[in-house]
Each structure stands twice: as C-alpha cells, then as structure tokens.
Design a protein around this ligand. Structure first.
Ligand code: FES
Length: 117
C-alpha cells in the first residue's frame, strides 16, 4: 500500500507543478510497503529535480537548506551538491545526492522512487 499513486514503471505521483517552488524546495513525505521516506522537489531554470531529502553526510533534511544556481547547500555542516549530477562539490567526497528521475504529465509531477534505495 502506498500513500501516492504509482504507475507500472515505478513512478509515483508526488506533486502538481505549481506546488514546487523555483530555487527552493518542497518536501514530500511518502510511504510504500511500510517504508517511509521524504523526497525533495525543486525547479531550477525550468528543470525539475527530485532527490531523497536526506544529506549523505549526517542525514540533515536537505530541503531546509538553500539553492544557489544548481548548487544545493546543506545547512547541517555546509556541504554542497550539484543538482545536475548529484555529486558532492564541497567537500569532494564520494557520497552524493540520491537523485530520482522525474516525468511531467500535464501539470502532474511523477518521480521514480525506489523506496528501498
Ligand atoms: S548533514 Fe549535511 S553537511 Fe552535515
């Protein structure tokens, strides 16, 4: 059982386009098969980005941070991430964002989330 509609390709219906702020983040809590997680959504330069709302450093919610261009700043300990690649910029560590594929269907935003990863 899921809190959000899921299609056969594994995409969840998580938001309407007008709910997602430009250059800021929307947190969408979701649950599927007993697994709870938060997904963060943002729009930068017309592109929709979706990622797990957990910093890979010490698990601060990334959605309380801020975005400058395509750089996401975590307020926990000032790590920064590139939204396009998901890679950590500062420090240049291997841990990066868990980015999710998105699909726009009319004004509905679908996100391919694997709750187990
Ligand atoms: S929790 Fe994000 S930088 Fe430490």
């Amino acid at each position: 059982m899921s809190t959000h509609e899921k299609d056969s390709a594994g995409f969840y219906r998580l938001a309407q386009l007008d709910q997602i702020p430009e250059d800021d983040m929307l947190q969408v809590p979701m649950e599927d098969e007993g697994v709870e997680l938060e997904v963060a959504l943002t729009i930068v330069d017309g592109e929709i980005y979706a990622f797990r709302d957990v910093c890979p450093h010490m698990a601060f919610p990334l959605s309380v941070g801020y975005i400058n261009g395509t750089t996401l700043h975590c307020v926990g300990h000032a790590w920064t991430f590139d939204l396009k690649s998901g890679k950590a910029v500062v420090p240049p560590v291997k841990k990066g964002l868990k980015l999710y594929e998105t699909r726009l269907d009319g004004d509905t935003v679908w996100v391919k989330v694997d709750p187990l990863f």
